[in-house]
Design a protein around this ligand. Sequence first.
Ligand code: UD1
Length: 418
Amino acid sequence: MQKLIIEGVHQLEGEIKIQGAKNSVLPILAASLLCGEKCVVGNCPKILDVDISLKIIEYLGCKTKFADSKLTIDSSNLSKNEIPESLMRKMRSSIIFLGALIARTGRAKLTLPGGCELGPRPIDMHLEGLRQLGVKITESHGIIECSVMKKLKGCNIVLSFPSVGATENLMITASACEGKTTISNAAREPEIVDLAAFLNKMGANVSGAGSSTITIEGTKKFYTIEHSIIPDRIAAITYMAAAAVTGSKLTLREIPREIINSAISIFEESGCAIKEYEKNVLNIISPERLQSVKTVRTMPYPGFPTDAQAIIMAMTTMSFGTSVFVETIFESRFKHVSELMRLGADIKVEGKVAIVEGVKRLSGANVTATDLRGSAALVVAALAAEGETAISNLTHLDRGYEDIEKILKSVKAKIKRV
Ligand code: UD1
């Protein structure tokens, strides 16, 4: 079993180029199946979730080639519309293939997806929206079978919550529907805007992405295209937290400030200065000791991202004063707390609220990663902990971070994988 060994309390220094966004590339890879020809996806991060997506795409009969962060998907020979449970269980995002398969073949058979254990993660909004678009869906023994009844037909869909995955699935399917679809109360994340840009390049007609009403005019013809993935805002926040917790100065390249605004205000509240020297280049300058932050409440975009909650919590464990975290998106997203406590953090959890009393020092220990962003939180805390921390169960981390130890090493962190 691999472990990350981190020797803490060393300042970081240098520049980091932010990887392509995990949450953008996964739906875009699924959407590429609509093309029926070659799609080239640039700035593609080399992460485990992309590998799993490629296994699914190849299983379906398509060809893929990944070289120098450019991924080519040739979906001309797509020959299956079933995804086996072994692949579905490997990540939550496998559910995004549902909309794409229905749009391309009129049918899909798959099982419930896996992914991080953050509490129940139903897909009722995905299925309800697809039903409204004309898909007959049966669910039995965990298997979901879908077929288009007569034809896919655009309609008005109102989501009961701005679910990211449901918005994406419905955008993809609606792109191949006859007529116009309107998704109200749609998710507004930057990754939704990126998916819309990809679909539009391919020949779809999506407008309003980034607002809560998205309109899609369906089309029958899709074209071969090239598209570059937007930067990963959660990776950027992770490296900023690493700088903040070690009292360091870091430069981040290729990260638009506006997509991490809600996190920037938290960094500023904690005493860090964030400067944008040129477009998409941010400098973070951290004080010797961070201040606590009043209340961090996770919300759909443009609110504070749930994916950054654990990472920012790790940052506040050594700050001066009390910080409060309220998790409103997922039911069970405090699994990292007990591992942070092994490093000496003082955190109490009551339901959806975690209260962090900043301590003067953390000390290295053996910890186990519990989920993707919880793993990143452990890396951040370990960088500030005296002595050596060993983090095991790295599969979670590798699902979303490209070369995290190489990147941290390049900015002078003492980190190695054994
Ligand atoms: C995506 C992100 C994930 C992020 C999350 C919230 C990807 C690949 N993953 O996940 O990193 O943490 O958005 O920003 O982009 N829900 C339902 N029924 C549904 C769908 C969702 O009840 O049909 C609930 C979920 O259980 C959860 C909330 O809605 O409580 C938000 O989920 P959603 O926005 O769908 O998250 P994902 O798309 O799974």
